[in-house]
Design a protein around this ligand. Structure first.
Ligand SMILES: Nc1ncnc2c1ncn2[C@@H]1O[C@H](COP(=O)(O)OP(=O)(O)OP(=O)(O)O)[C@@H](O)[C@H]1O
Ligand SMILES: CC(=O)C(=O)O
Length: 461
């Protein structure tokens, strides 16, 4: 059985081998996030080559997603990891690299902002220190909550903002890398306004000959307050629970998650729920009960996709994590009270048509096949959460990769000289792959345009 809520995983040393990637896709992973805050272009290039080979071997298009660092402050490079225990005293200094237990921090602004008594948060707030003493290019802090610190961990000052430009020089270089290496999506970190998205789009227009979808990571107070204007211009949002947990009291996260997902449904944009879905599986092949319940709830709230982070990048059980995620998603979809819009999201013909096709699919327990040049018809139908999988024939790989992380959509790259011809080709592929079983009903259709004779075919296998 197929899951409709999509699975995205984060690339990293634990899953870099070809065989592991192959297994992850067989288990259900469809989107692969490369976090540009870690690793380097030669490592990312190897990841992409392997992903493209897996795509070819399995004939399954995969979303290639670059996560921009954005205006996020991270410590520099540590030669050795540092194990901080409660009450340990540590020095932070202005610099890129450290060979001792002092922590390098390559941002002058940070030293101008930090004051005695401030709380320093590292690694999404898991590690906390209190500042004892400051000087222009260093400060000393005492550990409140300890942990292991490795290179390039994120760092912030509790309840203080440090101003740096939204698109950094590093982001510009990484955007160029994404454009030149067939990425389908960019995740924009720390988005706080629609202007941040416009800035990225402008840069993409200059640097890219293809259009990449922009997924806005909502992770700060301003991001949450401005999510409606952000949703209007972004192609989707990420509920980035890691950083949200450092900017809001943690007990408010369930409300924020629900609110962000329902706002994305209202605006017809996909949402992705990320971080700590299966944290216990970093070191165990079996998840906890509470993780299962969390995943189940996110599916029923109608998240478009769920995203694993360190469980797959550095975890010990990446394949088991994806297997569990899929198992729970299928269970949640089976017993579903999944939320979906019962009225058209906008009063356009495209949306009324998409709602109608979804309703048709629910009434007939039918699967759907569409031929779509831009992918939009499939994406619109997905918003209304039909009963069956939406098999989408598209003319090119870039569009297929974009659709691969959309709820319920299974893309196929098929050249066709007409919509009807495209639909015939999809049906042949579905039959040869055994995707249609005896008794299945299939709705075949394509985009509806006023003034044309339009065919909606019902096929019973
Ligand atoms: N490409 C990579 N190479 C090596 N290690 C990686 C790579 N990507 C991720 N990691 C490791 O996996 C951890 C978790 O990955 P994740 O992408 O969630 O990082 P993060 O720094 O917590 O994320 P964010 O950018 O959202 O703050 C990272 O902290 C890092 O230690
Ligand atoms: C994914 C991510 O960036 C977060 O949860 O903060």
């Amino acid at each position: 059985m197929e899951n409709k809520t999509k699975i995205i995983v984060t690339m990293g040393p634990s899953i870099e081998k070809y065989e592991v990637l192959l297994s992850l896709v067989k288990e259900g992973a469809r989107g692969f996030r490369i976090n540009f805050s870690h690793g380097d272009p030669s490592q990312w290039y190897n990841y992409i080559n392997n992903l493209k080979s897996v795509e070819k071997e399995l004939s399954i298009p995969l979303g290639i997603i670059g996560d921009l660092q954005g205006p996020n402050i991270r410590i520099g490079q540590l030669i050795n990891q540092i194990n901080l225990k409660k009450d340990d005293i540590v020095q932070f200094f202005y610099g890129n690299k450290s060979e001792t237990n002092d922590i390098p921090l390559p941002y002058e602004e940070f030293f101008k902002t930090v004051e005695r008594g401030d709380v320093i948060q590292l690694a999404d707030g898991a590690i906390q220190l209190i500042v004892l003493e400051t000087s222009p290019k260093s400060f000393i802090a005492k550990t409140i909550a300890g942990g292991v610190i490795t290179s390039r961990k994120s760092i912030s000052i509790k309840d203080k903002d440090i101003e740096i430009p939204y698109v950094t020089e590093k982001d510009e270089r990484d955007i160029e890398f994404a454009c030149n290496n067939d990425f389908s999506h960019l995740m924009a970190s720390f988005v706080e306004s629609k202007d941040n998205i416009f800035q990225l789009k402008e840069l993409l227009n200059k640097k890219c000959n293809k259009q990449l979808n922009i997924l806005a990571k909502i992770e700060t107070k301003r991001g949450v307050y401005n999510v409606e204007e952000i949703l209007k211009v972004a192609d989707g949002i990420v509920v980035a629970r890691g950083d949200l947990g450092t900017h809001f009291p943690m007990e408010t996260l369930p409300t924020i998650q629900k609110d962000l997902i329902s706002k994305s449904i209202v605006q017809g944009k996909p949402s992705i729920v990320a971080t700590q879905l299966l944290s216990s599986m970093l070191n165990s092949p079996i998840p906890t009960r509470s993780e299962i319940v969390d995943i189940y709830n996110a599916v029923q709230e109608s998240a478009n996709a769920l995203m694993l982070t360190n469980e797959t990048s550095i975890g010990n059980y990446p394949i088991d994590a994806v297997r569990w995620l899929k198992k729970v998603i299928i269970e949640a979809e089976k017993n579903s009270a999944i939320v979906y819009p019962v009225k058209p999201i906008e009063n356009s013909l495209a949306h009324r048509f998409a709602l109608g096709i979804s309703e048709f699919s629910r009434q007939l327990n039918a699967k759907i096949s569409v031929y779509t040049k831009s992918g939009l018809t499939a994406q619109n139908i997905s918003l209304y959460r039909p009963y069956g999988i939406i098999y989408a024939g598209v003319p090119d790989m870039h569009t297929a990769r974009k659709l691969s992380i959309i709820w319920g959509v299974e893309p196929y790259v098929l050249a066709a000289d007409s919509y009807e011809n495209g639909l015939e080709k999809i049906r042949k592929v579905l039959i040869s792959e055994g995707k249609l079983s005896k008794g299945d009903t299939l709705i075949e259709t394509y985009r509806f345009k006023e003034g044309e004779v339009h065919t909606i075919k019902l096929v019973t296998v």
